[in-house]
Design a protein around this ligand. Sequence first.
Ligand code: SF4
Length: 362
Amino acid sequence: FSDPVLTRDSVGAVIDLAKKFKEEKGRIPVFMEVCGSHTMALAKTGIKTRLKEYVQLIAGPGCPVCVTDQKSIDAMIQLSQEPDTILCTFGDMMRVPGSKSTLMKAKTDGKDIRVVYSPLDSVKIAEENPDKEVIFLGIGFETTIPILVLAVLQAERRNVNNFSVWMTTKLVEPVLRALLHSGEVKLDGFLLPGHVSVVIGEHSYRYLEEEFSVSGVITGFEPVQLLSGIYKLLQHQLEKKVKIINDYTYVVKDKGNVVAQQLLEEYLEAHDEAWRGMGTIPKSGLVLKEKYARYDAKKKFKISIGEPRVTKCRCGEIVRRLITPEECVLFNKGCTPTNPIGPCMVSTEGTCAAHYQFMREV
Ligand code: SF4
């Protein structure tokens, strides 16, 4: 899927179809890649830059760090100040600026904050530190949520009562619905996320064709897979078809991962979640059910935070696709990957980081 000859041929095939689209409609097609890993892969492989005259590829709301709202970041930083606590999180979260500080700064100030590869590691840390409260900062979409639940399940089985999760989870369907209802962006189709789809399955996207008449292709992350997805979206447009296609059948099944779905149903319930730049979207996140409240850090620790400080960072508009990173005055000036001002530059899946690393004119 990353063979250079096949990639070059695929680019040619996409450009040929995109030219036909332009001849017919008098404009270039606009497709959205929902997933942050797709944004990075399309930038890194040069596909975005190579196709930019023919196909507009816009980044969707699928970078979990970027869509975590400022208030949650501030709450996480404040949580790190609690005595006798160990905070565990994924590496990307360490440098996300809150209103006044970052978790990285809190760590250098002596707070016990640890980067872990999996929430399960933080259960082990809790077992090894019975006199401390261990909190995992759990952000993520459907791909990550099952492992958060597994950590709770493991804590339950091992009777680890000093472990909890600060849940700030997000779901793909409510945000895509909100996006389409807002009418802010006119789209000709979606490149649908490969990883999330492994969990939720192909059938979860039927509403796109049935209610919104928008096509989507579930695809992988290699150049030929990405180009195949774009090619199929163009085909749909030219044949005037609306369809959801699973182009990633080797890992994505129609019903998804039923075991993971059952786990989520057993432990979690829908919750109105706040998104950066998009406000609160009804039932767009999942939180632990009341019977598991002892593992819910938001219930265990009462953190009160004020309104976040307003900064010049325009990530809120980036995640709503209202501007490109280059339109932010701080891009490549005050804000770079080594000195990020906002989460879209911090995250390895962030749109600003992708533009800085792979699409910047030098
Ligand atoms: Fe925020 Fe930096 Fe992106 Fe501007 S370039 S929107 S400051 S992350």
